[in-house]
Design a protein. Sequence first.
Length: 111
Amino acid sequence: MAAVDAIYVAGAESLHQVTDAIADQLQVPVSTRRDLPFLQVDERTRIDLYPDSDYPGQWIAEVYHAGEVADRQALARRIYDHLVENTDWDLTLDSDDAADIIASRIKSHTQ
């Protein structure tokens, strides 16, 4: 399985709200597969969005990139930074290629 970077979001009203915030930033349309949204950034990069089955009210955005790990991590970081600057959501940025959580911001919500 391909490595992935993930942004965990709590405090958003819906998966639709998270999807729209990321799609607007990247200026890409929202597509759906099996009733779940995804963003096709380019031919090598996709972002899958879905509810976190372990934590109701939390959403996950997974960044996949068929290329350099640094490129995938830079895109995930750019999305995370955009959400930090433009929302009051609790956010965590994680990567399969990192030993620990890369970044976390708890602003207004708790689990």
